[in-house]
Design a protein around this ligand. Structure first.
Ligand SMILES: [Zn+2]
Ligand SMILES: [Zn+2]
Length: 341
């Protein structure tokens, strides 16, 4: 079994790696689904009142899956076998697979809020960000793969073929869970669990990276109201995203012991003009003075961020800040400890 770092490096090195991987999943899923369809017939649908209670379990399940998918994606469980087994299960549960999570999430850490970050919310409302994750995630991941493997005709054929198989596998995984769980559990437990998983991962990425008027983007820990406290308890510190960026190998980022007070910037538009120590904006200032919108938007920290049109704040291609240099230097070593910038 390979480590999660190795899966990313292999996808970067070998243009056929993902295609082979998706084809393997396609054949396995087809066989298992065929067997389930043949020997297990769950096609009676008689919803009852108690099925509604399944919904209560689905939300924490989706959150726990998010935490384990993330931690196993970083290889944070000591036993490689258990790490990869749990990771494959979580990836199978969410539909897009463990290797795809590793690919997307490693790009997020290596290129946070830059061109190849598949989960940067730049220019998107939260609704758009949460409801169409595959659209921009796949687009930016494809951009990266074209960048490393070349925009030649040969690789474009591979890329298009693997994209089609990726979507087929996504449908096959949904069919698998439908056949295994039956229509009641699928509808009242599985689908809400996946929805809660997508929503919390989108929310973490959306609110823990925040853009500011000066064009900078800063990473935060969030734990200031009851929602975050409950969510951090269930997801084992899922919203301690700044601590996580600073030390990726910590299973529970709440245990981060390093200095946390300096801003952690992923984009600093002009580090020479605005040194970090003189930077005025911060989440604290924003909360105290300029928050607007409904109670709901303020409670979930969805007001005033990521709504500016793309690239208005700065031309990213011409600005290479300290953060980018650091990230480029650590691309092949994304599991190490990251220092403050
Ligand atoms: Zn991570
Ligand atoms: Zn992040």
């Amino acid at each position: 079994m390979r480590t999660s770092t190795a899966a990313f490096l292999e996808a970067k090195k070998n243009p056929l790696f993902l295609l082979k991987h998706y084809l393997r999943d396609f054949f396995l899923l087809s066989i298992v689904n065929y067997l389930l369809y043949t020997f297990h017939s769950p096609f009676h649908f008689h919803p009852q009142l108690w099925h509604g209670f399944l919904f209560l379990f689905s939300i924490p399940t989706g959150w726990i899956i998010a935490s384990f998918l993330h931690n196993t994606g970083h290889g944070n469980i000591k036993s490689l076998f258990i790490n990869n087994f749990l990771g494959e299960f979580c990836g199978h549960f969410v539909g897009y697979g463990f290797t795809n999570f590793i690919l997307v999430h490693t790009l997020h850490h290596n290129y946070s809020d830059q061109q190849f970050d598949p989960v940067s919310p730049e220019g998107m409302s939260f609704l758009c960000f949460a409801l169409a994750p595959t659209k921009y995630m796949i687009a930016r991941t494809k951009d990266y793969l074209l960048f490393v493997h070349g925009k030649n005709k040969h690789y474009k054929v591979i890329l298009n073929t693997q994209t089609v198989i990726f979507y087929i596998n996504l449908i096959l995984r949904l069919i698998f869970w439908f056949l295994l769980l039956g229509p009641h559990f699928f509808l009242f437990f599985y689908l809400p669990a996946v929805a809660s998983n997508i929503l919390i991962l989108a929310h973490i990425n959306y609110v823990c990276h925040r853009d500011f008027e000066d064009g900078s983007v800063e990473v935060f820990n969030m734990d200031h109201n009851l929602y975050y406290k409950i969510a951090n308890f269930i997801t084992i510190g899922g919203y301690y995203h700044k601590s996580h960026h600073l030390k990726l190998n910590l299973f529970d980022p709440r245990n981060y012991k390093g200095k946390i007070d300096r801003p952690l910037l992923t984009i600093n538009p002009n580090p020479a003009k605005i040194p970090l120590v003189e930077r005025k904006v911060s989440f604290g200032n924003l909360r105290a003075s300029s928050r607007s919108g409904s109670w709901f938007l303020r409670y979930f920290d969805l007001d005033n961020i990521w709504i500016r049109p793309k690239n208005v704040c700065l031309k990213k291609s011409t600005v290479l800040c300290e953060a980018q240099v650091f990230m480029k230097n650590t691309e092949n070593n994304n599991y190490g400890e990251r220092k403050h910038i």
